[in-house]
Design a protein around this ligand. Structure first.
Ligand code: ATP
Ligand code: MG
Length: 451
């Protein structure tokens, strides 16, 4: 009764849709990317409906430049594809079409229906849930309203119609956007059970958009964190990468701590958020990454992950050394140990772990400043990244600032000056070298004194 009244006051029709004219929201079709505008126009010409939807509408309304454009339509993938010269049907979980126009890719998806039932618009495929309520498969097409209910947050369920420049709002997303409130569509706990990744998205989007998470949306997260266990590691990795490379990683991690999601969610997050030892180092690494993203300079995920896990490696390495293991093999074993734990939950790609290992195992080699070793190190293809890593260690106080300064100067010096900079080797090291013979493998350089 009250609901009906509120709907009437807000101008919501029975179906729940409210079409808001340009005069009220300010978004015009000229703000769309050329490809997104083209895709909508072509679909529209053929008699289909076509809306820009999701993150792009949300970002444009907030004055943020969207990363990409998604289009939602009542056309089926097989109807969409032939309308464009370069288009691909992709996706197994839900089929959608990638349309490529002038170097831009627009993701075009057919309105999706409710999971668990065949929609009025006709079922195509089926949906499936696991025992926690997580949606495993859904390829059910539906109406626009059903599609809107499947989306995660009210501000992500706004449809912009380029033909009329109206925003179609089923869930009060425009009002939430104005208030800067992130609110789950429907019952938060159910929606998180369907897809636990939504909890991570809530945190990431709130940090990115400077929004507060509505109490009802926020409250269950603390209790449901354990559901993240059921998310496939590869998907979790994608989300974590998005979060860490969002340009708001520090804010995201603070939010994660605030909503209580990090505990036991991922060993990586526990490491980042719980370990006082690593605090300064990790804080610096994240701040640096955020700055680079905001400056639109390239960031290396491998570097960031290496930084996030460095103090884990360091701890494992030290404990092995204390148990009497030799330094270099101990470091290698410590890296394996840490990566084994991490990769089980988070499918960090092999390419990434290979680079992380390189960066880590090069660290002890910065200690050697005599003979040919500095010259060999500086020639290594990963030198720059490893040196940046050393600089971070120095900035956090883990290694002497003098060591980093020496390497900075060494890089800038000419061949003659470099020779003059070499620091004489210490006696015990020389003795050991003589005993083992002249050709010493690169990786067997003396280890950093753990500080
Ligand atoms: P950004 O691109 O800034 O990371 P986004 O909201 O655009 O944020 P996408 O992953 O591009 O995120 O998703 C596009 C849209 O798809 C979202 O706006 C939302 O409507 C819907 N969506 C994405 N992920 C989910 C999800 N896990 N559950 C429900 N809807 C989702
Ligand atoms: Mg997006």
């Amino acid at each position: 009764m009250i609901k009906r009244f509120i709907r009437r006051v807000l101008g919501l029709g029975e179906a729940g849709a409210v079409r808001v004219p340009r005069a009220k929201h300010g978004l015009g079709r000229d703000s769309l990317s050329p490809a997104a505008a083209k895709v909508c126009a072509v679909l529209r010409e053929r008699g289909f409906s076509a809306y820009v939807v999701g993150g792009a509408v949300r970002d444009l309304l907030l004055g943020i430049e969207p990363k990409d454009f998604d289009v939602a339509t009542d056309a089926r993938p097989e109807e969409i594809k032939p309308l464009f010269r370069r288009a691909l049907i992709i996706g197994r979980r839900f089929r959608l079409v990638h349309v490529m126009i002038g170097g831009e890719t627009v993701e075009v998806s057919t309105f999706r229906g409710e999971s668990g039932e065949l929609s009025a618009a006709g079922g195509d495929g089926a949906s499936l849930q696991d025992e926690h309520g997580r949606v495993l498969r859904d390829n059910v097409f539906g109406t626009q309203e059903e599609d809107s209910r499947r989306r995660d947050f009210t501000v992500n369920a706004l449809y912009f119609d380029p033909a009329t420049e109206e925003v179609v709002d089923f869930h009060g997303g425009l009002a939430d956007l104005k208030k800067r409130v992130l609110r789950v569509i429907g019952e938060p706990q159910t929606r998180y059970r369907e897809d636990p990744v939504r909890m991570l998205r809530a945190v990431r989007l709130a940090a990115k958009l400077g929004m507060t998470i509505d109490p009802a949306t926020r409250e269950p997260i603390r209790r449901l964190g354990a559901l993240m266990e059921s998310v496939p590691p590869a998907r979790l990795f994608d989300e974590m990468l998005k979060l860490l490379l969002s340009g708001h990683a520090s804010a995201c991690l603070r939010q994660l701590r605030d909503v209580g999601l990090h505990k036991g969610l991922l060993p990586l997050l526990d490491v980042i958020l719980e370990q006082p030892l690593g605090e300064r180092f990790v804080t610096l690494a994240l701040a640096q990454t955020d700055q680079r993203v905001l400056d639109e300079r390239p960031v290396s995920p491998a570097f960031l992950f290496a930084a996030l896990l460095w103090h884990e490696v360091l701890a494992a390495w030290r404990s092995r050394e204390t148990r009497g293991e030799r330094s270099i093999p101990a470091l290698e074993a410590a890296m394996d140990e840490v990566l084994d734990v991490q990769c089980e939950k988070l499918a960090i790609t092999r390419k990434l772990t290979a680079t992380m290992r390189e960066v880590w195992s090069m660290q002890p080699r910065f200690e050697a400043r005599s003979g040919a070793r500095p010259f060999r190190l500086i020639e290594s293809p990963r030198f720059r990244m490893a040196y940046d890593f050393l600089a971070l260690r120095a900035a956090s106080g883990e290694v002497p600032a003098e060591l980093e300064a020496w390497w900075r100067a060494f890089q800038g010096a000419d061949a003659e000056s470099r020779k003059a900079m070499l620091v004489p080797d210490t006696a015990p090291r020389k003795r050991r070298r003589r005993r083992r013979g002249k050709k010493r493998p690169e990786s067997a350089a003396p280890a950093a004194e753990p500080t």
